[in-house]
Design a binder for this molecule. Structure first.
Ligand code: FAD
Length: 470
């Protein structure tokens, strides 16, 4: 279905000409009365009718479910819902090439854990990216804060959970390109490219989005996947809690001589973690991706270094276990902050991905949360059968489904990050005790691993193996 041009586009030329004259008359009459301060019942009627006509002219696309934002979370939500049988329209900002926007490049990779890979399988994306992804068989936490309270190393191995891997590390750009290609090919998904989304008007029975091309879409459910600034979230009147860490992450991929052994290593340093995550080898040998969290000043300094000098500094941190470093790709910086929407569902609008939550890149949670939003939302809509997808009961079910997962990640990741930066002795003693306990107790490690991989409770339908469309 092509939503552009639906409705009014099917009028005959004669009917269109008549309607235009009629609308012009009403609009001019209404303006006259408003300008001259004539606001009696007849004049109000004229003004209201003119407004309604103009709004109707704009509302060319009437769709059941609309996603605004075609990042990874928005595309995943569209694919999840369409896989379960409901058509979706995606409003995508800018021309949708393989990269996010012309000239934009994402130097990050995403570790997709737990049910995330099953989810990608079930929405038909995994086969396209498996060959460029690397398995994560173990995660090693190393206390690199220094000092006499230093804690023992903790090694989380997937085989302790009777699983071959925790997940896979996938480069961001091919991941998004694969989601986009699958969404384009899906008969239940319409992608509308727009220069930008403008006004969002929320009424009791629909949401209207006006886009830059002077077209409007009326939908029964609006899924806000429009990122951290989320205009749709603001229009729905959802407030957020935000916080800053005075940290910046440098993300890049690099080559090294020793094999990573499918192990991701997190060095817990005072300024924040420095994490290496396995990537597939290239022709010259092993590769990993890097998320190096630093103070803004240090990050700025590291970004001014040329590749050789940067690799020399990185070598000092990771050379001990990855051997001599041999190459570094493009580097990107990402200020670290936190955001939590006070509600993920309000007035026919639901939030997914970073529109709903931003957490620091520690323990690979951000997009995994976004995929869980998508899969849980698809369940709530499927439970409504052929009913109204924007019904209050659907929104309430979605908010309930996501509450525990979001609160536990926000608190857990924030505590871990802040505990690294604090020099307060009792905090460091507690952190050390925790690491000791994890290092010595298999039961505790298994509990921590399960918490890190999945939301509490049952996995959503599309995160279960061999889930079918319904
Ligand atoms: C350094 C780093 C490493 C990370 N590593 C991991 C990891 O290993 N594992 C993990 O799970 N997560 C990780 N994350 C988090 C992950 O990258 C994010 O959660 C994810 O990219 C967010 O995707 P999104 O689709 O919600 O947002 P975005 O990618 O920001 O997409 C939002 C989209 O909305 C569009 N948009 C904005 N305004 C409008 C509008 N008005 N109309 C229409 N469209 C609009 C934008 O153009 C964009 O396409 C990491 C983050 C960082 C910073």
């Amino acid at each position: 279905m092509d939503a552009i041009g639906a409705g009014i586009g099917s009028e005959s030329p004669l009917a269109a000409s008549f309607r235009q004259k009629f609308e012009k008359f009403y609009t001019q009459a209404a303006s006259f009365f408003i300008e001259h301060g004539l606001t009696g019942a007849l004049h109000r009627h004229l003004a209201d009718t003119a407004t309604a006509l103009l709004t109707r002219r704009m509302a060319q696309g009437v769709v059941d479910i609309c996603v605004t934002g075609a990042g990874a979370a928005g595309l995943a939500a569209a694919l999840a819902i369409a896989t379960r049988g409901r058509p979706v329209t995606v409003l995508a900002q800018g021309r949708q090439g393989p990269t996010a926007a012309a000239g934009a490049t994402d130097t990050r990779t995403t570790a997709i854990l737990g049910g995330g890979i099953t989810f990608l399988e079930n929405i038909g994306v995994w086969a396209k990216i498996k060959s460029i992804s690397a398995p994560l068989a173990a995660i090693r936490i190393v206390d690199a804060r220094g000092g006499w309270l230093s804690a023992p190393e903790v090694l989380f191995r997937a085989e302790e959970l009777e699983q071959p891997v925790f997940g896979y590390n996938v480069p961001n750009e091919p991941l998004r390109a694969a989601l986009l290609a699958r969404a384009r090919a899906h008969p239940g998904i319409t992608i509308v490219e727009t220069r930008g989304g403008g006004d969002v008007t929320i009424a009791a029975d629909s949401v209207t989005l006006k886009i830059a091309e002077n077209t409007a879409y009326s939908t029964r459910l609006l899924i806000a996947a429009d990122g951290r600034a989320s205009p749709a979230r603001a229009a729905a009147g959802v407030t957020t809690r935000t916080w800053n860490y005075r940290q910046v992450a440098i993300a890049a991929s690099f080559g090294h001589r020793l094999p990573h052994g499918d192990v991701s290593t997190e060095l817990h340093r005072r300024a924040g973690p420095l994490t290496t995550v396995p990537l597939p080898d290239d022709a010259d040998g092993p590769r990993s991706s890097l998320v190096w969290i630093e103070t803004p000043e240090q990050a700025a300094r590291l970004m001014t270094l040329d590749d050789t000098a940067f690799l020399a500094e990185l070598q000092g941190h990771v050379g001990g276990f990855l051997g001599p470093l041999r190459s570094i790709g493009r580097r990107g910086t990402f200020p670290i902050s936190g955001l939590m929407a006070t509600s993920v569902a309000k007035g026919r609008v639901v939030l997914v991905g970073e529109a709903a939550h931003i957490v620091p890149p520690i323990g690979a949670q951000g997009l995994n949360l976004g995929f869980r939003d998508a899969a849980a939302l698809a369940d709530c809509i499927a439970d409504a059968g052929a009913g109204d997808p924007g019904d209050a009961a659907v929104l309430a079910a979605y908010a309930r489904a996501r509450a525990a997962d979001l609160v536990s990640r926000e608190i857990g990741i924030d505590l871990l990050n802040r505990s690294l930066m604090l020099d307060f002795l009792p905090v460091q003693a507690l952190r050390g005790l925790g690491m000791h306990a994890l290092s010595n107790s298999r039961t505790l490690r298994r509990t921590a691993m399960r918490l890190g991989l999945d939301a509490p409770g049952q996995r959503p339908h599309l995160m279960q193996p061999l889930a079918k469309a319904r």
